[in-house]
Design a protein. Structure first.
Length: 236
């Protein structure tokens, strides 16, 4: 921004002013830096560029930073540790990937991104197989695999989460369940499809926009990898 050095601060754009503010904050390399939603007033393109620039600066100068944001993408891309706070209460502390894939409760699950959350029932009939009933359908797996993935989860009723991008649209021969498209949103690089599963529950699915064409009312075959199911903590 050297070519703009002759301008007064009010003669700069909002994005340029934010760059100046960040430069003033890091130039003395403080031990701790507090940033309270520093990118909230910017348009998406400038916001993404500054987020990348800020990540580079913090890594370069190794400044311990407390970064307050309501944007989960900012939190996950910039943070080594995330603290999710709801009305003054700490709901979860953890690494970004852990908080996203294994949220402590439904508030965290929804706050960190789109989530399908269902009533679930786990049935173990003593035959070496476990049946997982979700609002979108059922999944059958071996008892050994079930306990390997979820050693603390017991049979009975609970709640479960599946992220929309973890639901795969497959051929009818590979399908575990089916649903009917009620709403299709084009998001540029992907489609978000909302529909009702034949098991009764509502379901969001995200897939590559180049992979499939979907019209309202289409019956789609879907599959969920058990690895991508998360059961919420309960009094097991």
């Amino acid at each position: 921004m050297g070519e703009l050095a002759h301008r007064r601060i009010y003669q700069l754009s909002v994005g340029q002013q934010q760059r100046v503010a960040l430069a003033r904050a890091v130039v003395f390399q403080p031990d701790i830096l507090l940033l309270d939603e520093p990118l909230s007033a910017l348009d998406p393109q400038i916001r993404q560029g500054l987020r990348n620039e800020l990540a580079r600066l913090l890594r370069q100068f190794r400044i311990t930073t407390i970064y307050v944001t309501h944007d989960q993408q900012e939190a996950m891309s910039l943070g080594d540790q995330i603290v999710v706070i709801n009305r003054g209460r700490v709901e979860q502390i953890g690494k970004p990937a852990d908080v996203y894939t294994r949220p402590a409760n439904e508030f965290v699950a929804n706050f960190m991104g789109n989530a399908n959350i269902f009533d679930a029932e786990i049935q173990n009939g003593g035959t070496g197989r476990v049946l997982i009933r979700l609002g979108c359908g059922t999944i059958l797996m071996s008892e050994h695999d079930f306990h390997r993935r979820w050693p603390d989860v017991k049979s009975g009723r609970t709640r479960a989460m599946v992220r929309p991008h973890d639901v795969s649209i497959v051929t009818s021969s590979e399908a575990q369940m089916h649903f009917h498209a009620k709403e299709v949103l084009y998001l540029g690089d992907r489609l978000r499809i909302r529909g009702r599963a034949e098991a009764g529950g509502m379901l969001d699915v995200e897939t590559s926009a180049n992979r499939i064409r979907v019209s309202l009312g289409d019956r789609l075959s879907i599959s969920v990898d058990p690895e991508d199911i998360h059961f919420f903590a309960a009094d097991w």
